[in-house]
Design a binder for this molecule. Structure first.
Ligand code: GDP
Length: 137
């Protein structure tokens, strides 16, 4: 079993797609090990996305991720990192495979409904960023 960090982003939250997305998560065999509702401040969003700090879209991404509430979750499944990225679909919803979350609920390359860790190393960083006490659960 493996764990990964998933986020339901502000666009999906504000459109009322939280229930549908969580339904897809559970329907696809993920266990939700931890979950919380947050509204990030600029400092918290910058810390989470520090790997992107040199990217041209960094400022827009921070503005977007602080624009409304988010749901952060730790998901558990066999090959959870790869499986969750598969269920999310490609970064740009217009390239996302039919039936994936970004295909169904994403708006554009920025407002793409969900986040998922892209490696074991990043999953560890991202889980401990939002759930520092997870090892105790
Ligand atoms: P992901 O791993 O599929 O989420 O994609 P990346 O790690 O490449 O990018 C992180 C997040 O930054 C994406 O999920 C988008 O919300 C945002 N993003 C990526 N590319 C762009 C872009 O070209 N423009 C803007 N405005 N946002 C982007």
């Amino acid at each position: 079993m493996e764990t990964t960090l998933a986020i339901i982003k502000p666009d999906a939250f504000l459109k009322g797609n939280v229930g549908a997305i969580i339904g897809m998560i559970e329907g696809n065999g993920f266990k939700i090990n931890a979950l919380k509702l947050l509204k990030l401040c600029k400092h918290e969003a910058e810390g989470f996305y520090y790997v992107h700090k040199e990217k041209p879209f960094f400022k827009d991404l921070i503005n977007f991720m602080t624009s409304g509430p988010i749901i952060v979750m730790v998901l558990k499944k066999n090959k959870a990192i790869e499986e969750w990225r598969k269920l999310m679909g490609a970064t740009d919803p217009k390239n996302a495979e039919k039936g994936t979350i970004r295909n169904l609920y994403g708006t554009n390359i920025e407002k793409n409904a969900v986040h998922g860790s892209d490696s074991k190393e990043n999953a560890l960083y991202e889980i401990s960023y939002f759930f520092p006490k997870i090892a105790l659960i």
